[in-house]
Design a protein around this ligand. Sequence first.
Ligand code: DC
Length: 670
Amino acid sequence: MYSTAFLDLPPFTRAAGTLRLPGSKSISNRVLLLAGLAAGTTAVHDLLDSDDTRVMLAALQALGCTLRRDGTVLHVTGLGGQLATKQAQLFLGNAGTAMRPLTAALAVLAATQGGSFELSGVPRMHERPIGDLVDALRQLGCPVADLGNPGFPPLRLGDGARHALDTRTPIRVRGDVSSQFLTALLLALPLVTAEGPVTIEVQGELISKPYIDITLGLLARFGIQVQREGYQRFVLPQGSAYQSPGSIHVEGDASSASYFIALGAIAGVDAPVRIEGVGFDSIQGDIRFVEAAQAMGAQVSGGPGWLEVRRGAWPLQAITMDCNHIPDAAMTLAVMALFADGPTRLNNIASWRVKETDRIAAMTTELRKLGATVEEGPDHIVVQPLRAWQPASIHTYDDHRMAMCLSLAAFNPLAGAKPPVPVRIEDPKCVAKTFPDYFEALFERVTPVDGAVPVLTVDGPTASGKGTLAAELAARLGYHLLDSGALYRATALAAQDAGIPLSDEPALAAMAATLDLRFVGHEVFLSDRNITDPLRLESTGGMASQVSVHPQVRQALHALQLSFRRTPGLVADGRDMGTVVFPGADMKVYLTASAQHRAERRHKQLISKGNPANIDSLRADLEQRDQRDQNRTVAPLRPAQDAKLLDNSDMGIEESVLKCLDWWAQSRPF
Ligand code: DC
């Protein structure tokens, strides 16, 4: 997951490949609640691991459910309808799929068994309506107290006393703001069917009906057959009791699939994008996004549990569509509309306004930043195709879907953007709500425009702090890191192991060309040997300096170094990153510090690791290494002509990092 302040996507031209989707958020949280209420243990397979499921799991645990993880399976032992704890304060983040059903279930349990529970969330959660659900629960006789604005969380459910509930009168709930209110009642009211059937009547036109189908389907898996008349009247039979199915599988998230379906429709030019985990047999309503994508021109094939999408019509065909049945996935259509042949109109999307953010307003604002012409209505949006793209920094409003669908704007070269523009996604970690590794999944399957993946180089003499600076820059930008010195060091170690003299240029070059080197987090492996520690030894640095004077060795490592330049970007440190390996780098820093400062830093480093060291001899060593690195005939250490010089003798690390980030910011178009 990227937890940087922002993530810059280079412009892309193609997409292809296979990916497995994370589990569905809607299914995951419903299954967790049902398993938590049922008696016995349910093995949940392929559960989504995200912010929203994490808050649900934490809530279940606080309520006394037992959770046991076994690889990709989570075993949930439920309460069997009996409160194990009568009081708890539950924080539910911004997870509507946890807040609404837990409100209903805990209101009923608290009232019938004498409990009291406080439910709260992030500030945005406290702006998301829940009044219609609260009204329904109060009709039933459940005490519910507003702890903030009436009709919004936070709430207190129950008052510690037992209350008789009126389960005979049909419970009325509005269906035109959020279908989650009805879902919440359907999931919770089996708890009060001991005396007789319980009827729920929907008032107003029910929105997002497919989500109700998921709820009914999952209730059936837990042994509860709801009888219904259309989507108006639902009856829970007398004696409904949750029965664990023993084991249940969570299918991939159909809303998350929409980004990859769009990816295939826009950029699956040479090969399809294959999506596994959700297919034509899906129980999720958002699978019907496939039809919308087809209407825009996508070629889609599929079967049970899989889809394959490639580009069909191009440009995409503009559509006018009622999107009530696919409220979440429809956001993806708004971005696809930029690539269409005319205006696209999405109707009946008022529910966008009460989601993670006001999505109609957010989408309008952000598409306009890209240069698009957008019309916003109370319950619709019209998006014109875009040809004159502007680089934009996309605000994401703590809304995972804003981040994911706007990332598709990086395909602007395919809509004729001249020049192609990068797209900045602010706060990329918001995707953790449903798809923590979204950007990694995207980057692995896209081809950037030639030369568009940015490279920052940091060159400088030994112990100048360039390694630390480069690593820090890479971490803050979410870029890959190339520590080129490590390649020379590893070559030296491999040569030492193989008994190759450091003067045997051809043998060293052959060795360098076939290095089996792997970087895993902060560790480095040479074949199966962990060389993280030996790599950093002073003696290894000295050997590397000798190895690196050979032109053939440098040549042998050239392609390997270039291969580190991958989406979304690269920070490379060494001696010749800006001069030889990446002469066209987007920003070049040449970092120096006086020999005395460098010797002191290295001394401190060694002492802190418990290695004896002497400043004077370290300084002599450094100067000798500088001499060799600067005076060799190939790729000598020197600043590139267009390098920014940074003498950090009297600067702390943070100061150097901020200086470089500031230079970088000035060179970006945002
Ligand atoms: O940066 P370092 O201390 O890990 O580098 C070890 C040696 O490798 C250094 O003395 C010179 C050589 N080197 C090089 O020649 N070119 C690079 N790009 C990086 C390192």
